[in-house]
Design a protein around this ligand. Structure first.
Ligand SMILES: C[S@@+](CC[C@H](N)C(=O)[O-])C[C@H]1O[C@@H](n2cnc3c(N)ncnc32)[C@H](O)[C@@H]1O
Length: 443
């Protein structure tokens, strides 16, 4: 996510480009909140079709992610200024505009309002333009400090079920730190493919990761367009997620199953451990996602180590006989609450709070994989969520129903990310994604 608005002012002079940028931002928001699209995918698609400059693309990205991550707060401020029914896109246009007024210091209020009114006229005619103009003029004259948000959910734009869940689980003090941190700009985590080369990769403004020996971190930047990325010397991967292959620690000749593999970030990392005859079977339920694994593996020069397989991993034991794999990774489908900073739309998704249903799927994948693991084999379970039901509870329930397995304690030099023998990183600790890793051995 490129929240880089530092070069904005130079383009403010060009109203045509700014108009297009705002129009595209509104289109992305409409895709997300009306058509239930994923923000990152809708944004990438619409930016690709657009002819915008790098600066304007950054502006659109900042507008989209900023508005999404402050949506409930923006709704709260707007509530005072209009009542009755309004089309969804008009509400989104108002939110997009007051986001600029409140949070983007470099955007003059008059420019934000004028462009919104033009957009309203273009998309909805003069009556809509008059309505948008009236609401925004009234809003810009008001003092928002006189109407402060009354609860955490509104203040941090986090649905109440998540607020209550995180306070219940982590206590109010830590939960508030998490809420505050997820609305800050994300950092970019990079994995250096040749660990020996970590200090010789010449990327600007990157520092070595505190958590991952093969990681670099940057405050922002479009690393996917660098030569190092194209040549497969680096890949974009959060520092927390880089710990998974390290914990799995595949041997040179191991046969590994990556049971939920797409888009292949961890598969490719695991493959780099297979310096002998080892191979990774990279399973996923979706065909189109298997193509992403292949694409990534090719760029990172590990395609020969990877075999993508279309498979519902609740049925691993139907396809592979008992005791086939030396190591298995279950990087399970989850609620994704650890990704709320990098993917702010996750918090509003239907089903994000269906922890019981997710736990059932996670346990079912683990159980099926368990049968195909060799004796003394290692199975690593990971998620990018903060919900206990999907993390520690899954490990505990699995161990109760599988007495032939035992937990292996994970160690890390940063003891604040180790809890009950598992890794649990919350997003405010090292400014990474929230992440969980547990390790199991078949006796
Ligand atoms: C957390 S993502 C995996 C990310 C991946 N390990 C990486 O590092 O790039 C979970 C993946 O599980 C896949 N998935 C969901 N249900 C599945 C199932 N029943 N069997 C196999 N894969 C599944 C999803 O399509 C998704 O790609």
């Amino acid at each position: 996510m490129a929240n880089n608005i530092s070069n904005l002012e130079e383009k403010i002079e060009n109203p045509h480009l700014q108009f297009n940028a705002r129009r595209i931002a509104l289109e992305v928001l409409t895709e997300v909140f009306v058509k239930d699209a994923y923000a990152n995918i809708a944004l990438d698609n619409l930016l690709e079709e657009s002819q915008l400059s790098e600066v304007d693309r950054n502006f659109v990205t900042a507008l989209v992610y900023g508005t999404i991550s402050r949506k409930l707060l923006l709704e709260h401020y707007l509530d005072e200024f209009f009542h009755g029914k309004t089309k969804a896109w008009v509400k989104l246009l108002l939110q997009l505009t007051i986001y600029q007024i409140i949070f983007m210091d470099r955007v003059p209020t008059s420019a934000a309002v004028d462009e919104a009114v033009k957009l309203a006229k273009q998309q909805g005619g003069q009556t809509t333009a008059n309505f948008v103009n009236a609401v925004l003029r009234n809003f810009s004259r008001a003092k928002i400090e006189e109407n402060p948000p009354k609860d955490f959910g509104t203040k941090y734009s986090i649905p109440d079920f998540i607020v209550q869940k995180l306070i219940g689980q982590y206590g109010k003090e830590k939960a508030v730190k998490i809420f505050e941190s997820i609305n800050e700009p994300s950092h970019v985590g990079l994995r250096v493919i040749d660990p020996q080369a970590r200090n010789s990769v010449t990327l600007q403004d990157c520092i070595p990761s505190e958590l991952s020996p093969v990681g670099l971190v940057a405050k922002s930047g479009n690393f996917a367009s660098t030569k190092d990325f194209r040549e497969g010397k680096i890949t974009i991967q959060d520092e927390s997620s880089q710990l998974v292959a390290q914990v799995l620690d595949a041997g040179a000749d191991d046969l590994v199953l990556d049971a939920c593999a797409a888009p292949g970030g961890k598969t490719c990392h695991i493959a780099s451990y297979l310096t002998g005859n080892g191979r990774v079977i990279a399973a996923d339920v979706y065909d189109h996602k298997l193509r992403l694994i292949q694409h990534n593996a090719k760029r990172l020069h590990v395609l020969d180590k990877i075999e993508p397989v279309k498979l519902d991993s609740r049925k691993v034991s139907d396809k592979y006989s008992a005791e086939t794999f030396d190591k298995i990774l279950v990087d399970a489908p989850c609620s994704g609450l650890g990704l709320m900073r990098r993917k702010p739309d996750i918090r509003y998704r239907k089903g994000a709070g269906d922890f019981a249903n997710l736990q059932e799927i996670q346990l079912s994948i683990l159980s099926s994989c368990a049968e195909s693991l060799k004796k003394n084999g290692i199975m690593v379970y990971s998620t990018c969520t903060l919900a206990n039901e999907e993390n520690f509870e899954v490990i505990q329930k699995f161990l109760v129903s599988h007495p032939d397995f035992e937990q292996v304690e994970i160690k890390h030099e940063k003891s604040d990310i180790v809890k009950d023998g598992c890794i649990l990183i919350t997003p405010e600790q090292y400014h990474t994604d929230g992440f969980f890793i547990g390790k199991l051995r078949k006796k």
